[in-house]
Design a protein around this ligand. Sequence first.
Ligand SMILES: [Zn+2]
Length: 252
Amino acid sequence: MVNFTCPKCGAALPVKPGTQLAVCSYCGTPSYIDRREAIFFYILPFSITEEAARAIFKRWTAGPSCPKDMEATAEITALKKEYFPVFRFRRTVNGKEKITSKPARGTLLPGMHTIDIPPGDMIIFDSNSKTGGAEILHPDIAIDSYIGELEGETIDQSLVYFPIYELKYRYGGTEYDMVIDGSSGKISITNSPKRSSVSYVAVMALAFVLGFIGTLLGFLITPVFFLLIIAGIFAGKILAHKVVKKPEGGNA
Ligand SMILES: [Zn+2]
């Protein structure tokens, strides 16, 4: 047994080594146990429904950053409602309070390293917390692994279950990932289909170059034609003189 202290009531919290979740026998508050201390669990409730998340995706596909046919042809292939674990560090840096969030679980999902937790909406997570059918993803990164890289002094730190919609969609034969923040509706993407601005630029550039060449040719060719015509007339006259004169001179 290792002894921790309940972060809420200060009572002793005996914990078996290797345990991650401990519930205080006095106040019933669950804590996340790290190697060094017990920290609070919080949960941030969903304020975006699954229907609203689909609508956010639809609106995004119709937006200016997406290819024109995307709204009509992109298809959601998977939509998972999840609570993603995030460490929230509240620290004093140069006399000011600074809050930093770090993922508490290894992930390649977009946006998980830049999560913004609205502090007022967090509620203590315990066995009574309603998850609204969302899957709880558990932490697999120790809080200690981040402490060394953080500036300043600890005020407190906690683990927050952050609401997300993990969305996969297919467009043009390729599948893409997206995360919709279940609290704010903010979209995070790593890569997405791009509107082909290349063709427009290429057409404009080609038109410009052709126009330029046309103008140049217009300026160059017209005088050249006149010169050729004049030269042709002179050449004709000279030749005519020679041809006409030669027999005359030859015969005379
Ligand atoms: Zn307690």
